[in-house]
Design a protein around this ligand. Structure first.
Ligand SMILES: Cc1cc2nc3c(=O)[nH]c(=O)nc-3n(C[C@H](O)[C@H](O)[C@H](O)COP(=O)(O)O)c2cc1C
Length: 157
């Protein structure tokens, strides 16, 4: 069992979440490659059993780089493989989504796209909270991410 964790980041917060997910999966005995999306020149689906994809939330959706990455992901290579999605976003974004009853989360939009490609969602998305644009992550989010990754590992086994 080996997967790939791919993230985009501008200020390092989403990178941190990706690193924790990858580390925790490894501690649970699962093989993982971790990539900053812009460093991932070639992705061969045959090398991986699952995908974890994360993005900072920008204007209520994923970053353009993640959008392009998803555009290149071939459904016929990835269908039926499991995935999970995460994002970083502000606490106000969650409140806005609740009030408007509408999704403003990068991770939810990533999950929609991956389901369109017939991949199977392992867990509800992880929305890690950051303050402002540069962060930091809200207290407790690192521990919550570790717990999320432990649950992912349990689902993968
Ligand atoms: C251009 C821009 C637009 C943003 N739009 C949103 C938004 O719609 N909702 C939100 O919660 N955060 C928004 N943010 C804050 C980002 O979510 C935050 O910068 C990001 O989570 C930090 O992750 P990073 O350190 O990995 O770049 C925006 C930030 C930038 C720079």
């Amino acid at each position: 069992m080996k997967g790939i964790v791919v993230y985009d980041t501008s200020y390092g917060n989403t990178k941190k979440i990706g690193e924790i997910v990858a580390e925790t999966l490894k501690e649970s005995g699962i093989g993982v490659d971790l990539f900053y999306v812009k460093d991932l020149k070639k992705l061969n689906a045959r090398d991986y059993d699952f995908l974890v994809l994360g993005s900072p939330t920008k204007f209520g959706t994923m970053s353009l780089t993640v959008k392009f990455f998803l555009g290149r992901l071939k459904s016929e290579e990835w269908n039926n493989k499991p995935f999970a999605a995460f994002d970083t976003e502000n606490p106000e974004n969650i409140e806005k989504a609740r009030l408007e009853n509408k999704e403003w989360s990068a991770a939810e939009k990533i999950a929609e796209k991956l389901k369109e490609k017939k991949m199977s969602q392992l867990l509800p998305v992880l929305k890690a909270l950051v303050l402002g644009q540069k962060g930091p992550l809200v207290d407790g989010e690192i521990e919550r991410t570790k717990e999320y990754a432990r649950q992912l590992a349990a689902k993968l086994k």
